[in-house]
Design a protein around this ligand. Sequence first.
Ligand code: NAD
Length: 492
Amino acid sequence: MSAGQLEPLNFVSGKWTPGKAAETLEVFNPATMNVLVQFAGATEQNVDEAVKAAAKAFPEWRRTPPQSRIQFLFKYKALLESHASEIAQLTTQENGKTFGEARAELQRGIENIEVACGIPVMMQGYNLEDVASGIDEMMIRQPLGVTAAITPFNFPSMIPLWFLPYAIACGNTFILKPSERVPLTARFLINLLQETGIPEGVVGMVVGGKAAVDALLHHPEVRAISFVGSTPVARYVFAEGSANGKRVQCQGGAKNHVVVMPDADLDMSAKIVSDSAFGCAGQRCLAVSVAITVGEASKPFTDKIAELASNLKVGNGLDEGVQMGPVISPASKERIEGLINTGLQGSGKLVLDGRRNNGSKERTSFLNPTILSDVESSSKLTDTEIFGPVLSMKSASDLDEAIGILSKSKFGNAASIFTSNGNSARKFRYEVAAGNIGVNIGVAAPMAYFPFSGWKDSFLGVQHGQGHDAIDFYTDKKVVIERWPKEWSRKF
Ligand code: NAD
């Protein structure tokens, strides 16, 4: 890219077109701070063009038999696999996570394509003969029309693929609005889909911030919106989209807890919890943020996890051996350090200090793993989503007390228990109000054929992403009741 050149990042009617907003946005590598591209965001006009192209493509795409629609997805899966390293490299450059993490998220995305290839079976309805004498009734599923997904920065390839394959396999057309911080992976994904020969307009993309989102929320031809991001924006998208008559599903933020019982395998638990807290630099909606140790687990578990975390190699995610990359931006690093400081007010203590207060004025996105203990329950840190490599340790005298602590959280994305006792595991699964539960699992991420089930402030809507829920979300049910009297057959 030459200086000042603006990348066209909106995909409309099979062509890349420039954004029309006056403001120039930048995508930069958080590890090196190098600017990767500059672009102008999408305006209402850009979005309108993309929606019109998708609406135009819809009737023909809907008529394309499901069996033919999924042939494009089979080709797409093969193309994504053969370009996996290039995609992962791009993701690392614009997001900062390690190459291994970027490759792994793509794999989880591809699994959604595999599930969506089952649409000829999954989209079937049901029927019953003789609901009254000679009258039959059936439920058929039909696609909605133009659908859209608004996605966050933390999984540039996986999260678009939570939605795109199901939407188009069901016969909808689809517009992706990726995070303006990571649009390059999304562009690569769209380009590969075009290589399958999928008809023009079936998939489009617009890139921008609030203006682009608002244009989708208000456009009369957009029938359904999927959103993944922070809870305040999820609330806005849900309220605004619903008020405009759209079907909306919004996956929001999180503050995930794990409970470590004294009977757990503490070596294994510390390793898994460390991966969960510090993998992807803590920028995962399923990352553990609070570890509650029960009884005598406290000291040995804290010692073990502090040792593991202090040995993690932090650096550029493309470098060999690096286990944790930077957070998304210097602003995010500063926000996280501010939250650590609030946690240290009052009784809060540092078990491991990952702040880099070396006096340098250089702007950086790097932060090391940080562990706090004894944070006051009234602290802002306690119920704020940190979205960085920060773990708070708490202790409880028994499982009931531990469940009581985590139940106070307004979020309900995920919660895990580490134990060797089946009864404790069952009690946890039964009582905890979170949508994704792990038993001796650190990141309870549902496979593509299960719903991604956030609860409480972590989800707004009815149907979740992935699996059968995705089919319900992307189709309307139609019930047909038929009578074909015998006498009529004789007439013609
Ligand atoms: P974000 O809420 O800032 O942005 C998400 C999307 O909304 C982006 O496309 C962005 O352009 C758009 N957006 C941002 N501000 C907006 C506004 N004021 N009005 C309209 N649109 C706006 O989230 P992020 O920082 O990109 O991602 C991190 C968040 O995503 C975390 O809170 C994390 O927990 C959450 N997340 C949740 C899940 C889940 O499954 N529940 C998965 C991944 C990430």
